[in-house]
Structures are given as structure tokens and as C-alpha cells.
Design a protein around this ligand. Structure first.
Ligand SMILES: C[S@@+](CC[C@H](N)C(=O)[O-])C[C@H]1O[C@@H](n2cnc3c(N)ncnc32)[C@H](O)[C@@H]1O
Length: 202
């Protein structure tokens, strides 16, 4: 990390705002903006959040769904505890992760995934790795979503993007590709919303 990088990062509007509002991440604004516009997560919803560290989305989800719902977070990195949130330290590409998730709740109304790999700087490799995480998130969503449920998944755009979108279309009645204002304009990330899960599980 260079000093210049740190300076630029610190001067960023959303980074500052996240600090001011005591949020764990700048990423929290992306979810807030997506939900304000599309009203996907609602009070009482059961939500699974994949790639949740350091916990910015989990805090926002908790604020929306309220106290008496089920929130499960999964990440390969640990987070500091959030009251009322179940956290699984685990890898979404691990076949045993489903059992760990469904032991807490067999069904969810919404699955969110903000997964990113450790970026190497090799754009094609990073794109392929990120799409793989998005695909694993989709596979998990198909197994745990209630019929009519929704998926929010981050995707790095690139040559594998269209194929991934086609895959999502098989399972959801409506698919929207969007980029919230809090997402860096220069970044290739977009968020794909799968609305009204059809209930098809294969
Ligand atoms: C951009 S961060 C998520 C930020 C989070 N939404 C927030 O608001 O705090 C991406 C996360 O994906 C996680 N991740 C990467 N590979 C993963 C995997 N195989 N399984 C689970 N999480 C993974 C990383 O550890 C990282 O914490």
C-alpha cells in the first residue's frame, strides 16, 4: 500500500462517510443504495450474506430486517461479533458449507454476495476467480432460497459475464444489472439482482 493510495482512499467520500457513521465498510453504502432503489430486503426477512467481512452489509441488513429475524454471514475471514447475527467462518466453494448454513436456517428470503478474491493485478485471472465466487454464491442461493426469494450478487464484468447472466436468468423471473453510486466508477464491478426465484433447484 503506497502513501498516495492511502491518501486517495481516505479522501473518498464514502470512505469518510463510513467512518463518520461508524459503519464497518464503505461497501455498506452500496447495499443501502441498492435496497433503497429496489426494496429487496424487507423487515422480517431471513438473509444469508456471503463474503461478509468486515461486516458492513451485515449491520445494514440487521437494521432493515429488525431484531427477530435470521441473519447468517459467511466469510473466510473472521469478523467481530454482531449481536443477533450468526457468523460461519468458512469458504463458499467448500461443499460442506451448505450443511453449516442450513443447520441455522433451511430457507432464506434473500441471499446477498459481495465476494471478491484477493486481487492479483492480473485482470483476466481476477475476473475468472471472482466469477467463480459469484457462481458458487448462485449455487448456494438456489439451494437455500424460498420460492419467490431474491439474490444480490457482485460480479466483475469481463468475458465470462454474459454466460453468468444467462445462468441466473434460468432461476429468476427478473434479472437486473445495476451499479450503485457508491461503487467506484472506474471499477468493473456491477451488482446483479435476481428477483422472484422460480423454485427450480437444479
Ligand atoms: C468486498 S469484501 C466484502 C465486504 C462486505 N460486504 C462488507 O460490507 O463488509 C469481500 C469478501 O469476500 C470474502 N471472500 C473471498 N473469497 C471467499 C470465499 N471463498 N468464501 C467466502 N468469502 C470469501 C473476502 O474474505 C472478503 O471479506
Amino acid at each position: 500500500m503506497t502513501r498516495r493510495w492511502l491518501r486517495e482512499r481516505r479522501s473518498e467520500h464514502y470512505y469518510k462517510l463510513a467512518k463518520k457513521e461508524n459503519l464497518r465498510s464503505r461497501a455498506a453504502f452500496k447495499l443501502k443504495q441498492l435496497n433503497e432503489k429496489y426494496n429487496i430486503i424487507k423487515k422480517g426477512d431471513r438473509v444469508l450474506d456471503i463474503g461478509s467481512a468486515p461486516g458492513g452489509w451485515l449491520l445494514s441488513i440487521k437494521e432493515i430486517v429488525g431484531e427477530n429475524s435470521i441473519i447468517v454471514g459467511v466469510d473466510v475471514q473472521t469478523i467481530s461479533e454482531i449481536e443477533g447475527v450468526h457468523f460461519i467462518l468458512g469458504d463458499i466453494t467448500d461443499s460442506e458449507i451448505i450443511d453449516k448454513i442450513t443447520r441455522i436456517s433451511s430457507e432464506f428470503d434473500v441471499v446477498t454476495s459481495d465476494c471478491s478474491p484477493n486481487v492479483s493485478g492480473n485482470w483476466e485471472l481476477d475476473h475468472a476467480r471472482q466469477i467463480y465466487l459469484a457462481e458458487k454464491s448462485l449455487e448456494t442461493a438456489i439451494k437455500v432460497l424460498a420460492k419467490g426469494g431474491s439474490l444480490i450478487v457482485k460480479v466483475f464484468q469481463g468475458e465470462l459475464f454474459e454466460e453468468f447472466i444467462d445462468k441466473i436468468r434460468r432461476y429468476f423471473s427478473k434479472v437486473i444489472v445495476t451499479k450503485p453510486e457508491a461503487s467506484r466508477r472506474k471499477s468493473s464491478e456491477v451488482y446483479v439482482l435476481g428477483l422472484k426465484f422460480t423454485g427450480q433447484r437444479d
